[in-house]
Every structure is written in C-alpha cells, then in structure tokens.
Design a protein around this ligand. Structure first.
Ligand code: HEM
Length: 500
C-alpha cells in the first residue's frame, strides 16, 4: 500500500515535461517549479533560523547541486547510495533530494524510532496520501485519520482468514494451470509480465470475489493499468490538479472502476444469496461506533486491496523464479519437496500441505530478504524526534529501508548470497528486532503477509510441478531502479515441461 516514492532523477523531470502537450500545462509546470524552488530556499532559510545550537543533528551529506541535491545518484542506484552513506556516516544521516530533506534510519536500533512511533509524530498520510488518495479514493487508507484506517485494516484482516485461504489455494492453483497453458511445453518467456497478469486474476478472484472476477476482461484490466499509472513519480512530484494525460486517465479509470464495484455491491445487497468472500465481510462490517461502511468506502478498500498486493506479490514471485532458475540444486530440492509432502502423484494442492513446504517457504523468505518490494518506508516528522542520539527536526522525511537492513554486513553472514537454509542455523539477525522487515512493523504493518505467502507458494508449487526453469544464457536479471518497486530487468526465463 505504501510505496517507494522518492526515486527522483532528472529523467523523471524530462519524461514528465516530454509528455506535456499544451502551453497551458507547460506554463503551470513552470510556475510549480518556481514555487517548489522558492519553497525550498525558504525552508532552508527557515531551518537555519530555527535550528537549535545545542542539538546534535544527523550528519548531512553535502551536495553542490541546488534543489535536486542527490536525486540523480540516488535514482541511479539507491541501495549503493545508502550503503555507501552508512559506511561513511553511520546509521543515521540526512540528505536533500528535490528540495526535501530525507533522514534515513539504518539498522535495527535506529529503525526502532519509525516502527515504535505514534502516527501523530511520524506521519504516514503526509507522505503517502497525495499518491494513494486519487487512486483509492476518499474516505479510506491515508485519506482518513489513522485510527479510522486502523479500523478498516482490522475489517480487512477479518476477511483474510484461514477458512478463506483454504478456498484461495484451490482458486489460485486453477488460475495458474489455466494461465500457463499458453506457455506450451518449452520456450523462453517474460516471467514478470506473466506473473503480473496472473496475479491480477488470482487477487481479483480471492480478494474481490467471483462476481467481480467474472467482470475482469481486457477493458477492466486496462482500467486497473490506468489506475495503477497513478503511482508515478510525476504524481508524487507535481500538483494533482495539473491536466497531465496520466492524471486524467487515472481519474477516469477510478470513476469507471468505482461504478463497476457500486453495481456489484447493489446487486449483492438486493440478492438473497450470501457469498462467503471479502466483499461480503466488508458489506457486513461496522466501525466501533456501529456505522456500516458506505459503498464508496467498500469500493475504495477493494481497489486498495488489489493494488497493495499486485506489484508486491508479482515482483516477489518473479524474483523467486530467477533465484530458483539460477540455483538449480535448490530448484530440484523444491520439486522433490512437492512429491515428499504432497505425494508422488502430485494431487491438487491443499492449505495444510502448503504449510509443510518448508524449503519453498524459506526460498520465499530469502527472496523477500534480498528483493523486498517495498524498498523504503517513509514518514513525515511532525515534531522533533530523537534517534541514536541525533535530533531530527520536524519537516524531515524519515525513512527506513528494508533492503539495506536485510543485508547489513554486521547482521547477515554472506549477506548477498541466496541461501534459504540460513534460517535453519544460528543467525545473528534473529536477535535484532528490525533486521528483517519486508512487511514493515508497528501500526502500519502489512495485513497481507499471510495471503501473500499463500498466493506465492501456491503459484510456485504449481509452476515447479509444471516446468523446469533455467536462466537464458546464464543471465540473472539486474535490478530496474526506474520503477517504484524494484523489478527485474529483462526478465526472460527458459522453461521445459517436467516429465512426471
Ligand atoms: C509480498 C507481498 C507484500 C509485501 C512485501 C508488503 C509489504 C508491506 C509493507 C512493507 C508495508 C508497511 C508500509 C509502511 O510501513 O509504510 C505494508 C503495509 C500494508 N500492506 Fe502490504 N505487502 C505485501 C502484500 C500485501 C497484500 C497482498 C495486501 C492486501 C491483501 C497488503 C496490504 C497492506 C496494507 C493494508 C498495509 C497497511 C498500510 C498502513 O497501515 O499504512 N499488502 N505492506
């Protein structure tokens, strides 16, 4: 639901300006740039005037580039940038990008400030809402005070229960078998693209229910894609009222999808039949004060559910595939585990067996360590904060990076090696509370972890039974940093049908 929102680069500005198609827009953009720049220098002056001489501020990484600051270096390779800064400055440091000051808290100790803080002090809405509200709509998630969002999360969590997961395993296995029929017996294909398409289908079936899944055709898939286009660097950087084509598409898709959902909700209300799915959970749910969710809130939460799990799960599934294709011995062990746990004739999957696929589970856990889809969690400091003895002024964007925590030299042995068995041995990271946080922690923690495990393990159980996977000419995808979630670059995989 949150995303890594801050990868700024000159490319972003170039792309955005390149897409401007009329003079009015260019004028407005120029005015916005002037206002942003003015705001930047004003805040610098203000900061200088209000800084406390007795306070120890985090080390500041200097930059000779005004306004953009470190945006280009960070955008090119954020992990290298942060790891180098950690080496040089320690676990807490600040730097500027696009007129904003970011303070990173790296390592388990420093990160505890963000995970243990109250939302009034380190605030999520201030940084996420401008992206999420146009996509999910008003009245949900970061558009409402956090106590309300916490109630909404609780309702969703009630809907994600073990009884439903039992059904989800069957649905996901069937969708996966059907989807991959088009791959035939052998070949080379784009794994990430396939998994992204598959996961929209499985998530729609499981998280929305069969009546909404039944409406998912190419047109609706395009609406989701347009809506998803709202999670862009441009949406984060530029004022929402700008008449950019991507903003217009996003808003139109939002209206159309909401209308589709309203119709389904209305039909469901007037029908005698009570289906057992998340839509029904939301229709029956009430806030603590007894108020039921409005149709608009339900529709917004359905959009949020789908998109929160879409990129996170499809990226993770794709990386898992490439780790297994590179490490053939582990891939074979995973296949042998399918037969050992489920039976030699590989019958349809079952939730209880899924739990016993412990090697596959560790492979997924290790994938989430090396490629956590949410690279950074971010909050706005609304008041002065203290971390590791440093004073962090109000107005800083305070960040924790799972990616960096998951590979710190002092915490992880052979830190960049894909080693699913590391969790079987003594593991120094186990003693550190926030060394492994792919799903976050504290009040903003993910509610989708169990569903994501069920979904990805079911998909990969099915794929391991179908195919033997290989890298193409030994190429293991590099990381594409230009996307908000770090996707695999050129994600083509080779596959051959297994003979059972
Ligand atoms: C591999 C899959 C996933 C990963 C790695 C992941 C990761 C995360 C992370 C890191 C956060 C914390 C964000 C922050 O603190 O700023 C989060 C929050 C959240 N996620 Fe997930 N997520 C995944 C799948 C899902 C799915 C499938 C759903 C829904 C079914 C979901 C729904 C949510 C929600 C509602 C929040 C709460 C945001 C908040 O309270 O601010 N996620 N997720």
């Amino acid at each position: 639901m949150s995303m890594h929102l801050y990868q700024m680069s000159t490319k972003l500005l170039g792309d955005t300006v390149g897409k401007m198609n009329d003079n009015l827009t260019s004028l407005v953009l120029a005015a916005s740039a002037v206002m942003l720049t003015f705001g930047y220098f004003y805040s610098k002056i203000l900061l200088r005037q209000t800084s406390d001489k007795n306070a120890t501020y985090p080390p500041y990484i200097p930059s000779s580039v005004p306004f953009l600051g470190h945006a280009v270096a960070f955008g090119k390779s954020p992990i290298d940038f942060l790891e180098n800064a950690y080496e040089k400055y320690g676990p807490v440091f600040s730097f500027t990008m696009v007129g904003k000051t970011f303070t990173y808290l790296l390592g388990s100790d420093a990160a505890s400030l963000l995970f243990n803080s109250k939302n009034e002090d380190l605030n999520a809405e201030d940084v996420y809402s401008r992206l999420t509200t146009p996509v999910f709509g008003k009245g949900v998630a970061y558009d409402v005070p956090n106590p309300i969002f916490l109630e909404q999360k609780k309702m969703l969590k009630t809907g994600l229960n073990v009884a439903r997961f039992r059904e989800h395993v069957k649905i996901i296995e069937a969708e996966t078998v059907e989807y991959f029929q088009r791959w035939g017996d052998s070949g080379q294909k784009n794994l990430f693209e396939a998994l992204s398409e598959l996961i929209i289908l499985t998530a729609s079936s499981c998280l929305h229910g069969k009546d909404i899944r039944g409406l998912l055709d190419e047109h609706v898939a395009q609406l989701y894609a347009d809506l998803d286009g709202g999670f862009s660097h441009a949406a984060w950087l530029l004022p929402g009222w700008l008449p950019l084509p991507s903003f217009r598409k996003r808003d139109k898709a939002h209206r159309e999808i909401k209308n589709i959902f309203y119709n389904v909700i209305r039909k469901r209300r007037s029908s005698e039949e009570k289906l057992d799915d998340i839509l029904q959970t939301l229709m029956d749910a009430t806030y603590k004060d007894g108020r039921p969710l409005s149709d608009d809130e339900i529709a917004g939460m359905l959009i949020g559910l789908l998109l929160a799990g879409q990129h996170t799960s499809s990226t993770t599934s794709a990386w898992l595939g490439f780790f297994l294709a590179r490490d053939k011995a582990t891939q074979e062990r995973c296949y042998a585990e399918q037969r050992a746990v489920c039976g030699d004739h590989l019958p349809p999957l079952h939730l209880d067996q899924l739990k016993d696929l412990s090697l596959l589970e560790r492979c997924l856990k290790e994938t989430l360590r090396l490629r956590p889809p949410i690279m950074t969690m971010m909050r706005m400091a609304r008041s002065t904060q203290t971390a590791s003895g440093f004073t962090i002024p109000a107005g800083h964007q305070v960040c924790v990076s799972p990616t960096v925590n998951h590979r710190l030299q002092d915490t992880w042995c052979e830190r960049t090696r894909f080693d699913p068995d590391r969790y079987l041995h003594d593991n120094p990271a186990a003693g550190e509370k926030f060394a492994y946080v792919p799903f976050g922690a504290g009040r903003h923690r993910c509610i989708g972890e169990n569903f994501a495990y069920v979904q990805i393990k079911t998909i990969w159980s099915t794929l391991l039974r179908l195919y033997d996977f290989d890298l193409v000419d030994g190429y293991f995808p590099t990381i594409n940093y230009t996307t908000m979630i770090h996707t695999p670059h050129n994600p083509i995989i080779a596959y051959k049908r297994r003979k059972h």
